[in-house]
Design a protein around this ligand. Structure first.
Ligand SMILES: Nc1ncnc2c1ncn2[C@@H]1O[C@H](COP(=O)(O)OP(=O)(O)OP(=O)(O)O)[C@@H](O)[C@H]1O
Ligand SMILES: [Mg+2]
Ligand SMILES: [Mg+2]
Length: 541
């Protein structure tokens, strides 16, 4: 423990680290006698308004087909590419966030293949000299997964096959949009780590605004390379599973592929896994062969002579470095240290934060949930309580309404005032929740929660007139109300009252429940309990 502390690890980190290492070990035991090696190529669509080499606007999913196409995107003869620097900015931003070495000079190459989705017959990519080399992304806190390179490339058109007539249709909206291919080294050792890597990468890309990270919308797609080997032997032959578009499918595909490799290798001492490119069948949850290494296309890579060398100055790279926002790992540490939030609270808050809208072309972000929480925390006394209101109540209610943070209409000032009303016992927690619901239903940036609480008759009943509620505001209904409700409850439940008087103290909860229901949540359970006890005991004497 001491030596770990000397290395700057908190006891919590040590625990987490131990758990991880045992977990890594446990996972290895799942396939006894085998080691698993995984490397992932992530294709991330760059969040830019214009495409990579034309000034056509990029499209959102669901926009009418073939409405975002320029002559260049459709490969009309005589059209020339012109590099969109906003895309370069965002790729460099990504490289910096991944601790990768941005190359002072890089270039573009043509990768040839013939398919309906590629009008020019080649894709412009960075084969020989990518924009960035090396780097790493930490998963599970402290396991670095090395990045091999980041390259810029064009996206293809979209092929849509009409299932009934099997007629292929092509939508060129996506053709020529900018992608970053982020290639990892083969450092991942289990499907869990692979999922974790992609989730972390997704979060990072969203935090810096270079990609919206949505696998559902196809803005983030993964090719996963899997091999297995005996411990101590060199890595086995990799198979690449193409185009996985959800974490769930990626996880299943890797598991299935590991088992397939192991059963091939177990089938005879001389068996070997053939190198293949495979697909994943989302219905059977199995991978299937697309092509073998022998029939792998010859891409005939060659430099694209229409594009010069991309040269970046040190000043430019430094400029991007200086505009980096806070990254998720740093935010985690800050939230922990400044506000003493629990791991669970931070996890929810950061997950919620990733719901914020991603601006285009690296424009400034609007404040997200973390900044919102911090404003609420500054106006209230207890950050943990503030965080609970943001993560449980606000997130909970927005989720129940099928909304996200971007739909939230309650200002930080309003939520803080509401929290303080509950803190001062002017509102019970349940009335606070009701008030929040009302405020979401009736958006108004100027409404005062205190006034609304009066208007809606939500002010807490208190058994003592000297309570905070009496000093802060004039309760619409005085403490007498609670008294009256307690009297009514005792009258309404005579046998329970009798049981209590005979010494059955548990029955009091039932009477309290009655009062709480009758008060529509305005009564404080503890105050009701005390008032009932006083009444029942008084009557006894
Ligand atoms: N033995 C192995 N087992 C699993 N993954 C591996 C192994 N060797 C390499 N990889 C991974 O395979 C991926 C190779 O990607 P890379 O883009 O370099 O080449 P490629 O797949 O041949 O090219 P393309 O971009 O045309 O698909 C990397 O993520 C790398 O980490
Ligand atoms: Mg690749
Ligand atoms: Mg590949």
């Amino acid at each position: 423990m001491l030596s770990s502390l000397r290395h700057g690890l908190s006891p919590l980190n040590i625990l987490r680290r131990r758990r991880l290492h045992t977990r890594r070990g446990d996972l290895l035991n799942r396939w006894p006698g085998w080691e698993v090696v995984i490397g992932i190529e992530v294709h991330a669509q760059i969040r830019s308004r214009a495409k990579l080499f034309s000034d056509t606007l990029t499209s959102e999913l669901g926009q009418p087909a073939n409405t975002h196409v320029s002559a260049f995107d459709a490969a009309f003869p005589g059209t020339l590419p012109r590099l969109n620097h906003k895309c370069v900015d965002l790729a460099v931003r990504t490289a910096v966030a991944l601790n990768s070495n941005v190359q002072r000079s890089s270039s573009f190459d043509r990768k040839h293949y013939f398919y309906f989705d590629l009008p020019a017959g080649y894709q412009i990519t960075q084969h020989y000299a990518p924009v960035s080399l090396g780097g790493y992304l930490k998963i599970d806190g402290d396991i670095p997964i090395r990045i091999k390179q980041i390259q810029l490339e064009q996206d293809t058109a979209k092929l849509i096959v009409e299932p009934r007539t099997r007629t292929p249709y092509i939508d060129f909206n996506r053709a020529g949009s900018a992608l970053m291919e982020i290639v990892s080294e083969p450092d991942l050792t289990s499907p869990e780590e692979a999922s974790n890597y992609v989730i972390r990468l997704q979060r990072l890309l969203r935090a810096i605004g270079s990609c919206d990270g949505s696998m559902e919308k196809g803005s983030l797609r993964c090719d996963v390379n899997v091999s297995v080997n005996r411990p101590g032997s060199p890595p086995g032959t990799r198979c690449e599973i193409k185009n996985l578009n959800s974490i769930k499918f990626m996880y299943a595909a890797i598991k299935c592929e590991i088992q397939r490799h192991i059963s091939i290798l177990n089938s005879s001492p001389h068996a070997s896994v053939p190198q293949e490119t495979r697909g994943f069948n989302e219905d059977t949850f199995e991978t299937f062969k697309l092509r073998s290494k022998e029939d792998a296309p010859d891409y005939r890579y060659m430099p694209d002579m229409n594009l010069g060398v991309l040269r970046l100055t040190e000043d430019y790279i430094q400029g991007i470095r200086q505009t980096m926002p806070e990254l998720p790992d740093a935010a985690w540490v800050r939230l922990q240290q400044r506000y003493s939030l629990s791991d669970a609270q931070i996890a929810v808050l950061l997950a919620f934060d990733s719901e914020k809208e991603i601006p285009y072309d690296g424009e400034a972000f609007r404040d997200g949930p973390v900044a919102y929480f911090e404003r609420v925390a500054a106006l209230t006394e207890n950050p943990r309580v503030a965080c609970n209101w943001v993560t449980n109540e606000l997130v909970g209610q927005l989720t129940a309404r099928r909304e996200t943070y971007n739909d939230n209409t309650v200002t930080a000032e309003q939520l803080a005032e509401l929290i303080n009303l509950v803190r001062d016992k002017i509102l019970t927690r349940s009335s606070g929740q009701q008030l929040l619901r009302y405020m979401l239903d009736n958006p108004s940036q100027t409404a005062s929660p205190t006034e609304l609480a009066h208007k809606l008759d939500l002010i807490a009943m208190s058994h003592s007139s000297g309570s905070a509620s009496a000093t802060m505001v004039t309760p619409a209904k005085p403490a007498a109300d609670l008294h009256a409700l307690c009297v009514a409850a005792i009258e309404g439940l005579p046998s329970e009252a009798e049981a209590f008087r005979r010494g059955n103290k548990n029955v009091l909860n039932k009477i309290v429940g009655h009062v709480m229901r009758a008060s529509r949540g305005r009564a404080d359970a503890l105050a009701a309990k005390q008032a009932l006890e006083e009444l029942l005991n008084d009557h006894q004497t």
